[in-house]
Design a protein around this ligand. Structure first.
Ligand code: ZN
Length: 239
């Protein structure tokens, strides 16, 4: 990968015009970098909108993180879904979703439509980029799917552990549970400003939201409809 800072330095010292072919190439590269900012997950992205099996390099990245030794799901049941999305600044970005093969086609279709309609998503990276730390991934407003883990505060395997659940824009769409003492347990911790769903703010998932409608059309249930707790970022599908 070319270091953008090198390009900048070179451009600053080159004569303005006419640009040498190498200079033109550098300029083109710089323009591409501005249009499609490089993120770590791009390393795994093969192409816009496609489904792949888990490559050796990606599997290595997952081992000991989202795919721990005790993982009961097999690598062959997982897929890497490459997508494009529009971020909160309106830039087009690559995204990578690791999921169960049973929902790979659903996610491909849903995210293709979200992109077509320019639905803003902060970032979509494997949770391994955050060492499979759910809180860190959520605080970074990262959209992610597969992670072998139990439901917080229980022994039950999460639907994320089977790659059958996805969390979308988690910062503005937190998971909120009322403790027995009446206090609120909020994930991520930094999402308190978004707990009151009567308020108007950007990126809020509601029943009118495009993402909700697309996931519902594809047979997913929404954590925002649950009663025991509200998980506004969460969509899952039982195959
Ligand atoms: Zn979730």
């Amino acid at each position: 990968m070319t270091d953008p800072s090198n390009i900048k330095t070179t451009l600053n010292v080159s004569k303005p015009s006419p640009l040498h072919p190498v200079g033109r190439m550098r300029m083109l590269l710089l323009m591409l970098l501005i249009a499609f900012p490089v993120s770590p997950s791009m390393v795994w992205a093969q192409e816009d909108f496609r489904v792949d099996t888990i490559s050796d390099a990606l599997f290595q990245h997952m081992q000991g993180k989202s795919f721990p030794e005790e993982c009961t799901i097999s690598r062959s049941d997982l897929r890497m879904v490459s997508v494009l999305h529009v971020d909160f600044q309106g830039n087009t970005r690559h995204g990578v979703i690791i999921c169960n093969k049973a929902i790979a086609k659903d996610l491909l279709d849903i995210f293709r439509e979200l992109y077509r309609q320019r639905y803003p998503i902060a970032q979509i990276r494997p949770i391994d980029d955050f060492d499979a730390n759910d809180e860190r991934s959520m605080q970074a407003n990262n959209t992610s799917c597969f992670c072998y883990r139990v439901v917080n505060g229980s022994n039950h395997l999460s639907m994320h552990a089977r790659g059958l659940a996805i969390d979308l824009n988690p910062l503005q769409n937190p998971c909120v549970k009322r403790r027995k003492d009446g206090t609120l347990f909020i994930q991520p911790r930094t999402a308190r400003p978004y707990v009151n769903r009567a308020r108007t703010f950007k990126y809020k998932i509601t029943h009118n939201d495009l993402a909700y409608r697309l996931f519902a059309q594809h047979g997913f249930t929404w954590g925002g409809d649950w009663r025991s707790l509200k998980d506004y970022q969460h969509f899952e599908k039982k195959p």
